[in-house]
Design a protein around this ligand. Sequence first.
Ligand code: SAM
Length: 281
Amino acid sequence: MVFLNLCDIGEIRALLSLGQNFLRDPRIPQAIAENAGIDEQTGVLEVGPGIGALTQQLCRRARRVAAVELDRRLPPVLAETLAEFNNLTVTEGDILKIDIPALCRQELGPEPWVACANLPYYITTPALSALIESRCFGSVTVMVQKEVAQRICAGAGTAEYGAFSVYCQYHGAPRIVLSVPAGCFVPAPKVDSAVVRLDLYPPGQNPLGPVDEALFFRVVKAAFGQRRKMLSNCLRQGFPQLEKEQILDCLAAADLPEKVRGERLDLAQFARLTAEVGKRI
Ligand code: SAM
């Protein structure tokens, strides 16, 4: 049997006809796997194994790995590159369409489960949302475009802070664990990357306490709908059933200045505002 060095430039070139960006620095997949909170009890879901550079590192550390790959040309490549592992299954499919909890139950056995991926950039937001909303992982560790990583982790009032920051931080505690320059890939993409680890809050353990989740995200959506406008105007747009006075009452009752902009609110302030809006609609 031939074992490929999956970060060897010659072997990567031979596989490049598959038209993807592959990692060429073996320390990167190793560091991603090391930062993903995996031990021999853990089941790992990987999105997009590619030719298996990260998968290999996951298989070395985890009890089981279930990889989902959209590109039907890759599973046969993986059958060769990862033939040494008997704790891996590769499912051909689309992570945005697959029933993630059902796949995990079938392929990973008992929990704990984590998700780990070098995400395809064109589906970063929906893929990360699908992993979060499957509500079956203790953590999600993903390589994404550097700017997206900064947005996920951004604090209130910064230029990077937006609805997606609030969404991710509502569900867990994110941090950047690794920076990955474009030169670590072949061919080199136009952008740098970073690895984010999001430790997800178990059900009922959100530090915000009980919140009407659907209403919370309606408020957040309205608040970031028109970045240059004051929050009160954004809320009028998002909640046309509320009079201007009622909106000002909501802000006052939530201890927020009348002229504040939505991007200045942290999650606890959004939660307080949601409770006040909830009393008035
Ligand atoms: N994990 C490999 C690595 O680190 O070198 C490859 C990562 S590459 C950025 C993204 C991989 O995701 C590709 O193999 C691509 O075919 C796969 N992919 C793209 N869209 C997908 C989807 N919707 N569901 C599952 N896999 C997908």
